[in-house]
Design a protein around this ligand. Sequence first.
Ligand code: BG6
Length: 491
Amino acid sequence: MTSQIIQVEPFDLVVFGGTGDLAYRKLFPALFHRDKDNQFKNPTRIIGVSRRQMERDAFRETVKDALLKFGGVDDASTPLVARFLNRIEYAPVDVTGDAGWDGLKALLGADERVRAYYMATSPDLFGPIAKQLGAKGLVTPRSRIIVEKPIGKDGASAAAINDEIGSVFPEKRIFRIDHYLGKETVQNLMALRFANALFEPLWNNAHIDHVQITVAETLGVEGRGAYYDTSGAIRDMVQNHMLQLLCLVAMEPPASLEADALRDEKLKVLKSLARIDGSNVSALTVRGQYRGGFADGAAASSYLQDIGKEASDTETFVALKIGVANWRWAGVPFYLRTGKRLPQRFSEIEIGFRRVPHAIFDSGADSIPANRLVIRVQPDEGIKLWLMIKEPGPGGMRLQHVPLDMSFEKAFSGPSADAYERLLMDVVRGNAALFMRRDEVEAAWRFIDPIREAWTLSREPPRPYTAGTWGPAAAIALIERDGRTWNEEYE
Ligand code: BG6
């Protein structure tokens, strides 16, 4: 099955932080793949901006290298690569000073085509760059701004960044990226819930026992220690990606897929999260930090070695038991866990249904495992529905727990597009459905801030765990004392 490519109108994408990691690893490869599939119309351009003085052709060479290194390109001498590189321009700009802005303005010209400014920079530059764009007359009626997480490090700093950007761009033209929302299976979750009549009647506390969301990584903090040590797992992964996944599982059906209809429903979920603070934080959360061990097929250093510090209270693992205090979800715990240096890299959402109420089989109702719906976000995107069947053959009624297993890659020939490919095209189209609205970001911080404050006040350091294990034992106890277990069946 081939996907249908709908061309987007010509645009200028200006990447601030154009010589940075995000641009080279994710943005240019994503744009190349869209161009390769003929999604762009001429004269679409991509303009890298950074402080560094560089000629356009030298910058094109760096982009070419990035395509070879990160973009799955084996041969950079093809006409498709040449066509893409021809779209690349470069402007050296001192974003907090005056130098270079005239050059960028001249490059952009007076054309009224769609213009997207991507802030692939440190978050403390989001506001200043937005203001400069306004002051230098670069914000046209069709301009939009794209910002990456982290948006702030708590509610107050997020509000300040949002205020600054909002003083130049109207909310409808601010695109806050959470790349998890661009993942194929995450959108499939919406298709599963709202394009099938099967699940929605069961999607509530009468039929669902609990939900678990795991985002496990085998890598450590790699070269990002300086950033990560000021963030930790809860701010890096939970405040954004994991709460967004939770919202898509828990939200009411939106009236349409229109951006605000969807975001209104997600916001209601965020506002319903039961508060975790000093009164319950030790019962509902577990923090961990990895020690040395064996992970990703090799000996692994400790977090402290990775960041080159003697001590740190930053967590690289967190598990939470969250309540969604509303009519649909009262009494259904949402268990979330994420960590670095875990045994496997996988992200999944598991919906655990209630057990059958009455036993007609010899084994008794308690021995019949409950149905589970597992939505695999990555890798091997797909859906698994665990059912009970009769074991084939004569000799009595023996039951077996088996999965209905659907791998999207197998079913739809080949891996799906990277999240950034989809999200960047949505920006050009002006479709904000998969981007976070200001109030969502701030509501998510209102849930996270009291947890972090409680951790700080408790003075308890994160619990150590050995690299290559499933986090501290307390994280296992968090779910097992409720008579449930983390799903670790992924292979
Ligand atoms: C990023 C985090 O937002 O998401 C990283 O900052 C994390 O720490 C990454 O590794 C995970 O993304 P993915 O798409 O690889 O699951």
